[in-house]
Write a protein that binds this ligand. Structure first.
Ligand SMILES: NC(=O)c1ccc[n+]([C@@H]2O[C@H](COP(=O)([O-])OP(=O)(O)OC[C@H]3O[C@@H](n4cnc5c(N)ncnc54)[C@H](O)[C@@H]3O)[C@@H](O)[C@H]2O)c1
Length: 390
């Protein structure tokens, strides 16, 4: 682990704190800290990040919002029964799960919620601010891992919940990560506030499976001058994410990110579609099938098919931990605005940056070096937890 004991603790405020990804994040962080498992899948635990002064996993303090009240230890039990968490791990870190559970506050808006948008933002911001005060935290990163929302419609539509939370993060002076395809900081109202606040933010939609492969294979076809004629994909998954993505409007938000990767790496969008099917029996286990039709020399027709069978939450959790550490450190180092250098992690990255995974990794390691040379005392003044940005 790569940080010194004298460094301050850092808050990680999870929106969707009782979901599969959030529960796996809290369980995994505690299990790695206790030495029960190696940090497999955590890029920030590799040598390239040793000198970046990232917060240690043992210094992360978890809290968050959710609209359901299933206790975190119970959720971890269900994930264990489903084979997502290894047997015995949730029991071994029961104290850490209970501690995080005590820091989860009711989210919103829930059906019948009569609070206005302004009242919801204030309530969310108060919860984050109280958490920071209770734990004497200098900084906390707000990370959206809540259910994917349907795309919102038009400028007069109500602000989506993800944007209310993003505004609450800005109001409390917290950097922000959107691990979902929901609008969050992308909504024009939040985008304007984000620019004013000077806070760093990253997103959106974690790149954990099918799109990760596309970010490797797209550049391969382009670099080998092979002509991709069609690229079609199907995803089968269950769990809460499968249920949320059964809504065509939510699936459309997800699929837009998957297609952007092809457009950016191939320079054109080939024929073909992406489908997401909810198969509740699969739980958190996702099968993603891609079928790529391409032409070679003299127009010879060929096909590549890939089948990715992954456990969604255990693919996502190490990335969420990486992102929380990198974004907290970026904030400490005084970096502001969209963190395009974190495009390695996302389907639809904010800011500027390459689209091919290899180039994204090179950009990320360059960012690690920049963090290593940044002096924490150089940080520019930015809103603290008591100063409001709107
Ligand atoms: N697992 C992956 O590989 C992966 C990759 C990219 C993105 N994501 C995204 O991460 C998110 C979480 O996935 P998951 O599998 O944990 O889903 P999940 O259904 O298990 O958890 C989502 C949680 O969000 C909560 N929630 C819903 N609306 C809320 C609100 N308004 N306020 C607060 N909480 C709210 C739900 O109650 C639930 O506990 C999804 O949006 C998914 O698309 C996951």
């Amino acid at each position: 682990m790569s940080a010194s004991l004298s460094r301050p603790r850092v808050g990680v405020w999870l929106i969707g704190a009782r979901g599969s990804v959030a529960t796996t994040v809290v369980t995994g962080c505690a299990a790695i800290t206790a030495g029960l498992h190696p940090p497999t899948g955590m890029v920030t635990e590799t040598p390239a990040f040793t000198d970046s002064a990232l917060p240690a996993l043992s210094d992360l303090v978890f809290g968050g919002h959710d609209t359901v009240d299933c206790p975190l230890p119970k959720r971890a039990e269900t994930l264990t029964a489903g084979g997502v968490l290894p047997p015995g791990t949730a029991t071994a870190v029961a104290a850490e799960l209970a501690a995080a559970d005590r820091e989860i506050r009711p989210g919103g808006p829930t059906p019948g919620d009569t609070r206005s948008e302004a009242e919801l933002i204030t309530a969310f911001a108060d919860d984050i601010r109280d958490f920071m005060h209770r734990h004497e935290l200098e900084r906390a990163v707000v990370v959206n891992v809540a259910s994917t929302e349907p795309a919102s419609h038009g400028p007069d539509a109500p602000l989506p919940a993800s944007t209310l939370y993003a505004l609450a993060a800005l109001r409390t002076g917290c950097p922000y990560v959107n691990f979902t395809p929901s609008e969050g900081m992308h909504h024009p109202v939040a985008a304007r506030e984000a620019e004013r606040s000077g806070l760093p933010y990253a997103g959106r939609d974690g790149k954990t499976g099918q799109t990760l492969l596309r970010a490797v294979l797209g550049p391969m076809f382009a670099q080998r001058a092979l002509n991709v004629r069609a690229w079609s994909g199907t995803n089968l998954l269950g769990g809460g994410d499968g249920a949320a993505l059964a809504d065509p409007a939510a699936a459309a938000a997800k699929n837009a990110g998957k297609e952007r990767v092809l457009a950016d790496t191939l320079g054109t969008v080939p024929e073909g579609e992406v489908h997401i099917d909810d198969v509740p029996a699969l739980g958190d286990w996702k099968t993603a099938w891609d079928h790529i039709a391409f032409d070679g020399f003299l127009g010879t027709r060929m096909i590549l098919q890939t089948i990715w069978q992954g456990c969604d939450s255990t693919l996502a959790a190490p990335l969420v931990l990486d992102l929380a550490r990198l974004t907290a450190r970026a904030h400490e180092a005084g970096l502001t605005g969209p963190l395009g250098e974190l495009g390695f992690y996302f389907k639809d990255p904010v800011g500027e940056g390459p689209a091919a995974l290899g180039e994204q990794y090179a950009t990320l390691t360059g960012f690690a070096e920049r963090l290593a040379s940044a002096n924490p005392d150089d940080s520019a003044p930015r809103p603290g937890p008591d100063e409001e940005t709107q």
